[in-house]
Ligand binder design. Structure first.
Ligand SMILES: [Zn+2]
Length: 428
């Protein structure tokens, strides 16, 4: 039975990691002109070959916003150029102009006119030639780390007619999607995206790592399936001795406000494996939780979002679970959960840009868990990928996180005893 269950989960994840090509196929590139590479330094001739190959298969090339309005049944392809590198103007534009194919450029607004990046005049020339210009935010910030004030700063079009926004590192959540909706016609999201949702358009499987791992990915062809399958393999293969809590810690079954299109996380701490999967389809969120140690927990929840509330119900090895969460005006959410005669209340908030606080209080037997994460003001153009955390769970622990594109790895050390933990998370 358990083996069958694991096989079903494996099949589900494999299906999830297959590319979404519902009508539109988007190809994301960064720099054009070079000796090779997936999206960095792609030779212009390779780009030309790919366009011709897709055309031969019946694809019509359109911009991001045109793809939204294409009649159903028409196969469209979109060439998306993130970051606004000048090589797109110099190398890709002439080739695509000759083919009559428009591109969509998402420049980092504050870098327009900087060395290596397109000037405003070049962007205007592209627009006049039928290209579409969008926004890749002002500074290439990781939008999920920002307060509503930070979001409106980063998403301000500055009086320009910018069609859509491409979220840096593909990172978005409900707050980000709502903020994008106020200004843009669409938002380009992570690798899988959400079918039929214009503020979580799928980014392609070819480029989920964005800027950090581009040179490595260019050499090896890595894509999102790698961390997904690694995490899954770790979950299936490792069976560790140890004491698991009876429910997943810091667990909001009605999460929505701070969720993108989905997430998979794999934690290993004090002999406990904690695997969580969230998949969003518009206002529905399917959640799966597995805890493995001396005690185990397996459960599934289904949540429905009706702004500002999210309601969740599910069933697991400790019986039924219900949850409710309320959005806090763009600063996060508060929530409650009831499982096996025990209630818990909690919150996950972003009170300041780059600071994230999570806490839960379990009523019986009473237990407090909390964690603060702060993204260090380093590498701002990479969205501050290095962060430190301090948490409390029957004792203090501290850790550090490195984010690579939409993936992150965290190392944790207890401060009260020699014990370590690892967490791997991938968002889309
Ligand atoms: Zn980028």
């Amino acid at each position: 039975m358990r083996l069958l269950f694991r096989c079903l989960i494996l099949l589900f994840l494999l299906a999830l990691s297959a590319p979404v090509q519902a009508g539109n196929l988007t190809l994301v590139y960064h720099q054009i002109g070079g000796k090779g590479g997936v999206t960095l330094g792609l030779p212009a001739e390779t780009l030309r070959r790919r366009v011709l190959a897709l055309r031969a298969r019946g694809y019509r090339f359109v911009t991001s916003s045109q793809a939204l309005n294409a009649p159903s049944g028409v196969k469209t392809a979109t060439l998306r150029f993130d970051d606004g590198f000048e090589s797109v103007y110099r190398e890709a534009f002439p080739v695509l102009q000759a083919l009559g194919v428009p591109g969509t450029v998402y420049p980092i607004l504050d870098l327009i006119g900087q060395p290596g990046h397109m000037t405003q005049a070049q962007l205007d020339e592209l627009r006049a030639a039928g290209w579409e210009i969008g926004s890749h935010t002002h500074t290439h910030a990781a939008l999920i780390d920002l307060t509503p004030g930070g979001l409106s700063r980063e998403l301000d079009p500055g009086g320009q007619p910018l069609a859509c926004v491409a979220y840096p590192f593909y990172l978005q959540d409900a707050r980000v999607r709502r903020a994008a909706q106020q200004t843009f016609a669409c938002g380009a999201g992570g690798a899988f995206g959400v079918r039929g949702e214009r503020y979580a358009l799928p980014g392609p499987l070819a480029s989920p790592w964005d800027d950090w791992l581009l040179p490595l990915r260019a050499a090896s062809g890595l894509d999102l399936r790698v961390p997904v399958l690694l995490a899954l393999g770790g979950n299936i293969l490792l069976d560790l001795p140890g004491a698991a809590p009876a429910t997943p810690p810091l667990w909001n079954p009605a999460t929505f406000e701070l969720l993108g299109s989905g997430s998979l996380s794999f934690g290993w701490q004090a002999g406990v494996r904690d695997t969580r999967l969230l998949v969003r389809q518009q206002n529905w969120v399917l959640g799966l939780n597995f805890l493995r140690g001396r005690e185990t927990y397996s459960g599934a929840t289904l949540a429905y979002h009706l702004h500002p509330l999210t309601l969740a119900a599910g069933y697991g090895t400790r019986g039924p679970v219900v949850g409710v969460a309320a959005a806090l005006g763009g600063y996060g959410e508060v929530w409650g959960r009831y499982l096996a005669g025990t209630a818990a209340v909690g919150a996950e908030v972003i009170p300041l840009d780059y600071l994230r606080l999570r806490a839960e209080y379990v009523l019986t037997p009473s237990a407090l868990r909390s964690e603060a994460q702060y993204a260090l003001p380093l590498l701002p153009g990479e969205g501050r990928p290095l962060r430190v955390l301090l948490g409390f769970d029957q004792g203090w622990y501290a850790g550090g996180t490195v984010r690579l594109g939409a993936h992150s790895a965290t190392l944790i050390s207890r401060l009260d005893r020699p014990a370590f933990g690892v967490r791997i998370q991938t968002l889309w």
